[in-house]
Design a protein around this ligand. Structure first.
Ligand SMILES: [Zn+2]
Length: 263
């Protein structure tokens, strides 16, 4: 399989449009012309993203030149609940700042949000076939709803899950936490280590967030790692990579069959 680099940009909404646009331009300068854009339908309940005409037109242009539109939660926030266990608190408050919206949604609530988002995206000409939960926290019931709503894949921190081919691909994403200076320090060390550990992996994933651009040392490392990866990887979207992976799988199966017939 061709060695690939998938860059995804999380939390795309009118509130982050300016910053995401800058990231897209910087990526283009680094010879990464396409990315998977994780769009939030109503980011932090600030209003429907696709009701913003300028945002829609901007997104449409990006889709036209090959960027992929992916659904990323609905409100991107999770209300705290009474009687949460310490594990729930750790995951939803420390690991992510109350943004794990699909962490413990019931099937029905998740399905209603997913159907509404899918319908709205289609109405505006955006065909999102992937769904990525905020903070990659996707509970079991919510995952069933994602599959039943017709999404064909999801990603987690460590995996890409193809619902159609029923395949799971291991590849831990590089991702930065920039909320505080100690988190940034840990992130820089960790991502450099992870990058070298993943050197032989066919798929390299880099997940960016709008605030990443505000920290020069973080962006410097991102640019370095991309330049390094681009020496022998092709940039693509998740959708393109999965299509490619499915073909490769079919080829491999056909070759195995052929081998079996010959022997
Ligand atoms: Zn997010």
């Amino acid at each position: 399989m061709q060695r690939a680099l998938i860059v995804s940009i999380h939390d795309v909404a009118p509130a982050t449009q300016e910053r995401v646009d800058l990231i897209v331009r910087r990526l283009t300068d680094l010879h990464v012309p396409v990315s998977s854009l994780l769009v939030v339908p109503d980011y932090h309940r600030q209003g429907g993203s696709l009701d913003d005409l300028a945002f829609c037109q901007w997104l449409e242009k990006l889709q036209t030149v090959g960027h992929e539109i992916v659904l990323h939660g609905f409100h991107h926030e999770r209300a705290r609940r009474p009687n949460e266990t310490s594990r729930d608190k750790f995951i939803t408050r420390f690991y992510t700042a109350d943004e794990g919206e699909f962490y413990d949604l019931s099937y029905d609530v998740a399905r209603t949000l997913l159907d509404a988002a899918r319908h709205e995206f289609l109405e505006h000409g955006f065909q999102a076939c992937g769904f990525v939960a905020p903070a990659w926290l996707l509970g079991g019931e919510a995952e069933r709803a994602v599959i039943d709503a017709g999404f064909t894949y999801t990603t987690t921190l460590r995996k890409v899950r193809d619902f159609v081919a029923r395949q799971e691909y291991s590849s831990q994403s590089l991702v930065y936490s920039v909320r505080s200076s100690w988190r940034r320090g840990v992130s820089l060390g960790w991502n450099r280590y992870l990058f070298s550990r993943l050197r032989n992996n066919d798929l390299l994933r880099l997940s960016l967030h709008p605030p990443d651009l505000s920290y020069p040392d973080v962006w410097r490392q991102i640019a370095c790692l991309i330049a390094d990866a681009m020496a022998d990887r092709t940039p693509m979207t998740y959708q393109a990579w999965l299509t490619h992976a499915a073909f490769t799988d079919t080829d491999e199966i056909a070759n195995e069959r052929r081998g079996a017939e010959i022997s």
